[in-house]
Each structure stands twice: as C-alpha cells, then as structure tokens.
Design a protein around this ligand. Structure first.
Ligand code: ZN
Length: 537
C-alpha cells in the first residue's frame, strides 16, 4: 500500500540540488520527503487529511542554511539603536539624539568605522550627541569592538589601560581611555555593567529574531555562540514553542582554556533539543582587519595586525587537535593571511570526523595564491560571508579595510570563486549581527560582487563572482556537506522536509531582483513556519 503524505507541495520549478530535474511536486510524511514527481504521479499519496500546498509559479529549493550567525551573542550586540545605515558623523549624532534610553543606558550597534572618515575612532562625538552623563555603549559593525563614553567607563571602573590574555585593548591616549574598546575581552569589561535584560525579554527577542530569519527563507543555521545562558535560553524557548529554524551551536574556546575546560566542551557536544544541538567548537585565531587585530604575514599600513589572538598560537593548535581527535568538528575564525595559514597547517592530518562533518575556517578575507587550493586538498570547508566584502569594502580601495591592507593584499579579497574552482566546499552565510542575515541579498551580492540594488557601484574583484548555482549551493548542498548532514541541503526521498520557496527562480533571475523577491514558503521538518499571503508567484 502506498504511504499517505501529510503534505504535498506543488511548485512550477523544483531545484533538487541532486542533479535530478523535472519534478513539480513533493510529498512529505513524518517531516521527511517521501516522494518526488508531479501532481498526477503523487496522487496516490493524497488522502483526505493530506494538506495540499499549491505554490503556483514559485520555485522550491532545499531549505536555506546560514553558515555563520551569532543569534544569542547577537541579542546583546544588537540591543538599542541600529547604526548600520550611518555613513558619517553627522548621521551618527542625529541617530543618537533620538536613541531610546533603557535602564539609564543608550546602546547601539552596527556602526561602520568608515563613518569617521579617517578621523580617530573615539567616543568624543558620542558625548556630543548624548551629553556627558548618559552612559553609552555602541558596538562597531564587526561586533569585536565598541565605543564607550566616559560615563560608561566610569561605571565599569575603567580609568586607564589594562592587560588582557589575548590582544584586546582599552585604547588610551596619554593614559586616558579614548572610549575605543578593541576585541571582546575589552568590550566585555563595559558590557558586563550594562543592566541585563530579563530572561523573558531575551526569549521574546530570540523568538522574534528566529521568526524573521525563517520569514527570510532560513531553515537552519550554524550558531557561533553557546556562551552564558544560551543553553538555558534555547531550552526554555523550546519548552514553549517549536523553533522556527534549526540551530547547530559551536561554543567558543578562547585563549587560556585548560584541559578540564576542553573536556567540558567535549561533554557539551551531547546537549540538544528537538531543533537545536551543540556540534562543534569555535576558535578565533585572529581578530579583524578593520580593528588592526587580524594576523597578517606583514603589518598593515598602520603597523598593526601583526599578532595572533592566542598569545601562544601553539596552544590554539593543541586545543584544536585535542578536540578534533575527540570527534568535535572545529570552526576557526581566521581573517589575515598568517592566521589562515596557521589554521590550515593546524588542521593537517587529522582523522575524519565520525559524524561526517568537516572542519572549517571562517571569513578568509585576504588569501595568498599558495593557500587557495589547500581547502580542497585538506577537505577543510571555507565558510565565507559575501556581504562583508560588498558592504564594508570598495572597488577603489578607499575604505578602511583596503587602505589598511594596501593594494596587493586587498586584491586578494574574499576569493570565493577561486576557492570554489579549486574544488572546495564553500558554505555561505551572514555573520549576523555583523551583517544583515537575508540570504537573498547575500546570494545576490556573491554573484554581483557589489551591493544588490546599488547598480552604480563598481564590482569588487568581479573575477571572484559566484554563479547563481554556486551561490545557492553555498546555502544548501555545500552547507549541508559542511555539517556532515546527508539528509539536508537537497530535495530527495529520505531528506528532512526543510524547504524554501521563492517567488522568482534564484538560478535564473537577475541577482538584483533576487534580493527583493518574496519568500513564499519556509518549511522546517514538514511544518510550515512561514507562508506569504497575497504573493502572485
Ligand atoms: Zn562571526
């Protein structure tokens, strides 16, 4: 007897990502795909209780998987006023004058240091806007650095330089803090004294965030944080609701982690719920180019970005291999050429992970020629964020990132196409809240090498543009291979029914149109988590 389907989806175009073509219907049973075909051939799967979802002219793809987000850490970073649209200091002052004061603090996030137009990044302009008495903490767009006003520093008891185990810094001039805080250890000195949100507020904000990600077509994401209350938060949330997307967490491993703590990270790997699990560990071998904290083979134009984030990088290598040998998939943030080289060298000759997941390197912002094919050769996943390139650098190298690197290294920026052409697995993602999470814009920018919708912007190294298929694979089949998930990233019998439907065909429509095209349906494990009404697909 033929199995009955819980749901049958009809769509004009179905991209299976398996090479199979020509289907226009998918049958789903118990959260998994049980048959592919067309409306006629799947008629036998339909019973009185089967839900028929007719998507008309829409295009159905495997559910989108974001390679790299910070959903919980991001709740703190994204509190307060969104400054990501601020282009200059006048706009900053204006945005801050109307910013809400919550529990006596002004908070903001997403500030691009290019807004300072080359002037020193200090909190002086913030004081101009909010006055001397209101404690204010603003995250810069990289999420690794912040600006704190003197009132905020006073509450945190900061009155001069401090020593940290990594390369964090309370930036000072003549011994007086300028308000610029570099790297998380320095930022957390101030963020720790900001009145915390209640658990209820955090659950509400996380629910909203995941809901808006699902509405943008995401069905799953690699969450690069499992710090603080993450486990309790997501457990409490799942007691109330079904998560609208899956989360795969990688807890941080920072410098100074001892063997007992490494064993704790191994222990954490067993934790999980219905739609979330801990599966990985996140290392950072350097910081950012914009902050002068990346690890470059030769210094940047400011004489900075010369050191690893781990004072002794051999300790990073030891911790990475210790965890990898115990079956933990590793993730390493490596941005500068020296950092990427060190991470790749550290991943040489490790046994394959029993889960089938791959070790991965995140960001890979400036990559020398001799490292390009190492990803494919070593089976290391490249996890990249195309909008870091298109939002924060410019083709004429007039931006802070390019100016720091100089022409030669800026011309090796975000080499997505070279890495793909060399045969590597390339997972794409947003790095939210460092950049917006919308996968449509990211897939568009990956093809355009400029911001979607900004038709007059010159493309940045257009030779690194991905094809539409490569961009979609970065969010589906390649993302699933990176996770070792053989039942995801494809529309095939037995795969979990995580699906995304677009009003346009993401493989055929101009990328600028893709960025604005409605998401018609998002489905996770056979549940409709988003359905757009009134869309003429
Ligand atoms: Zn990140």
């Amino acid at each position: 007897m033929t199995q009955r389907a819980d749901t049958v989806i009809l769509a004009k175009t179905i991209h299976t990502l398996t090479g199979e073509q020509g289907h226009s219907a998918v049958a789903i049973s118990d959260g998994r795909i049980c048959a592919l075909g067309d409306a006629d051939s799947l008629a036998t799967y339909i019973s009185a209780s089967t839900q028929i979802v007719d998507l008309g002219g829409a295009t159905l793809t495997p559910g989108l998987i974001d390679g790299h987000i910070h959903p919980v850490l991001g709740l703190d970073i994204s509190a307060g006023v969104d400054l990501s649209g601020v282009d200059n200091l006048d706009q900053l002052v204006e945005a801050l004058r109307t910013a809400p004061v919550v529990d006596g603090w002004v908070r903001g996030w997403g500030l691009d240091p290019n807004a300072f137009g080359g002037r020193p990044v200090t909190s002086d302009v913030v004081v101009t806007a909010v006055g001397p008495d209101l404690p204010t903490l603003l995250y810069l767009f990289d999420g690794h650095s912040a600006l704190a006003t003197p009132a905020a520093l006073r509450i945190a008891g900061v009155d001069g330089p401090r020593t940290f185990s990594g390369n964090a810094e309370i930036v000072c001039q003549d011994g007086i803090p300028t308000g610029h805080l570099l790297e998380l250890e320095a930022v957390s000195v101030v963020s720790a004294v900001v009145p915390p949100e209640s658990a209820h507020q955090r659950r509400r904000r996380l629910t909203e965030l995941l809901g808006s990600m699902a509405a943008a077509g995401l069905t799953s994401a690699n969450a690069m944080d499992f710090e603080g209350d993450s486990g309790e938060l997501v457990t409490a949330l799942e007691a109330d609701i079904e998560l609208p997307m899956r989360l795969r967490f990688a807890p941080f491993c920072m410098p100074g982690t001892d063997t007992e703590q490494l064993d704790h990270i191994v222990e954490l790997q067993r934790r999980g719920g219905r739609r979330w699990r801990v599966d990985g560990v996140k290392f950072m071998v350097d910081g950012t180019i914009d902050g002068g904290t990346a690890w470059l083979e030769t210094p940047d134009s400011h004489g900075e970005s010369t050191a690893p984030l781990w004072p002794d990088p051999a300790e990073y290598r030891h911790a990475l291999r210790y965890l990898a040998q115990r079956g933990v998939p590793t993730v390493t943030h490596a941005i500068g050429d020296a950092g990427i080289r060190y991470a790749l060298d550290s991943l040489v000759d490790l046994p394959e992970l029993p889960s089938g997941a791959r070790h991965r390197i995140e960001h890979i912002e400036t990559l020398p020629d001799d490292l390009v094919d190492r990803f494919a050769r070593q089976g290391v996943v490249a996890s990249m964020q195309p909008t870091h390139c298109t939002h924060y650098t410019r083709a004429d190298h007039s931006d802070n990132w390019s100016e720091r690197l100089g022409t030669e290294r800026a011309d090796r920026a975000f080499r997505t196409r070279d890495i793909r052409d060399a045969g590597a697995i390339l997972a794409l993602g947003s790095d939210w809240p460092i950049a917006p999470f919308d996968a449509r814009s990211i897939m568009a920018d990956a093809q355009l090498r400029r911001r979607a919708g900004h038709l007059d912007d010159a493309p940045i190294l257009p030779g690194q543009a991905l094809t539409a298929r490569m961009a979609l694979e970065g969010y589906t089949s390649h993302a699933a291979r990176a996770q070792g998930a053989s039942d995801a990233g494809a529309i095939a019998v037995g795969c979990r029914a995580d699906l995304t439907a677009f009003a346009v065909d993401p493989l055929r429509c101009p990328p600028d149109e893709l960025a604005d095209a409605p998401i018609v349906l998002t489905m996770v494990g056979g549940d409709v988590v988003h359905r757009a009404d009134h869309v003429d697909a």
